[in-house]
Structures are given as structure tokens and as C-alpha cells.
Design a protein around this ligand. Structure first.
Ligand SMILES: *[C@@H]1O[C@H](CO)[C@@H](O)[C@H](O)[C@H]1NC(C)=O
Ligand SMILES: *[C@@H]1O[C@H](CO)[C@@H](O)[C@H](O)[C@H]1NC(C)=O
Length: 172
């Protein structure tokens, strides 16, 4: 009986996350995949082939922005908007493209991930800034080309908050 339980556990660890990044990945953005021998799959250390492009280099509170993951076909991803140096997601996503879905890391639809392992390419995500936005944001993503081949920390250029909205003395 014990052996059966262990085998089932090992199988679920090896099966990757075909239906989206697990909640445990919210902060580190590490997929947490394991090889069959249970050692952790590490991120690629070569230059990432993926770029995170944002339609504008500036935003206003409540505004909606298009964000694109540009590069070769990929299977999995986790993408959030964050303030520089923070690990918490900011704002919310809507209109998920085919084979993707919005998920909750902290609140609402604050993160985007894959809905299945189908090939994706150059997908465009729709992000809406909080109405009380108070600082610049960047988009940060983990992109898995295939299971076990992934790049962490794919970052967009900084998107600055339009002048007049920055709150002084606010540590973000
Ligand atoms: C575990 O498996 C991976 C993939 O086959 C291999 O690269 C790694 O060296 C293995 N680690 C150990 C400790 O056996
Ligand atoms: C994805 O974008 C790249 C770079 O702009 C382009 O070369 C490629 O043709 C695009 N592929 C698709 C399927 O849109």
C-alpha cells in the first residue's frame, strides 16, 4: 500500500502543470517541476529568447494596456505586473487569449498563466491598472518553451505612472 502511495505522488510531481502554474509559483515564479529522480528542474541560464513588450511606456490609474510575449512557440507561462523589487502582483487581467487563463495569486485576476500545454506564440494579454495606482510597474514572466525548459525573470521595460499620480513617501 505504501509503495502505491509513493508512486502516485511521484507521478503527480512529474506530470508538470498542464493546466497552469500552481499557487506555489506566485512569488518565486518557479514552475517547481521535478525530474523522475525527484531533483528540481532548474531555469535556463542562457539568454532568454522571449521578450515582454508593452504597448506603451507610460500608464494612468485605471488604464488598460496590451502586453505581448514575443518569441518562439512556448507551452507554459506565468506573468504578472509588479512594482520594481516587489513580489506582489498589481492590477488585473481580462480577455485571456485562447489557451490561457487569468488566475489569482493575491486578489482578483492578478496573474496570467497557460490553460493547457498547447503551443502558444506572441500572445497578447490585456492588463488594467488599479484605479489607485501609485508607482511604476514592469511585467515579469516565466516562460516554459517545453516542460523542463524555462526562463525566469523575463521582464518588460519599466512602464512609468503618468505624472501627477505618484504618491510621495510611498514605499513600493
Ligand atoms: C536527475 O535527472 C536529471 C534528468 O534526467 C539529470 O539531469 C540529473 O543529473 C539527475 N540527478 C540525479 C541526482 O541523479
Ligand atoms: C512572432 O513575432 C516575431 C517577432 O516579431 C515574428 O518574427 C514572428 O513571425 C511572429 N510569429 C507569429 C506566429 O506571429
Amino acid at each position: 500500500m505504501f509503495v502505491v502511495v509513493v508512486l502516485v505522488g511521484a507521478l503527480s510531481l512529474c506530470s508538470a502543470y498542464p493546466n497552469g502554474a500552481p499557487k506555489e509559483a506566485c512569488v518565486t515564479m518557479m514552475p517547481g517541476h521535478k525530474y523522475a529522480n525527484l531533483t528540481t528542474v532548474h531555469p535556463m541560464t542562457t539568454a532568454s529568447p522571449y521578450q515582454i513588450m508593452v504597448a506603451s511606456n507610460q500608464y494612468s490609474p485605471g488604464a488598460t494596456l496590451k502586453v505581448q510575449i514575443v518569441g518562439p512557440q512556448f507551452e507554459g507561462f506565468l506573468l504578472q505586473a509588479r512594482h520594481n523589487g516587489n513580489t506582489g502582483p498589481v492590477g488585473s487581467f481580462s480577455n485571456p487569449p485562447t489557451n490561457t487563463k487569468a488566475v489569482t495569486c493575491t486578489s482578483g485576476s492578478d496573474s496570467m498563466t497557460h490553460a493547457n500545454p498547447n503551443a502558444k506564440q506572441n500572445i497578447t494579454l490585456t492588463w488594467t491598472a488599479p484605479t489607485d495606482a501609485r508607482a511604476d510597474v514592469m511585467f515579469i514572466a516565466t516562460v516554459a518553451q517545453v516542460k523542463n525548459v524555462f526562463w525566469l525573470n523575463n521582464k518588460s521595460p519599466m512602464v512609468t505612472l503618468a505624472q501627477g499620480h505618484q504618491k510621495e513617501g510611498n514605499h513600493v
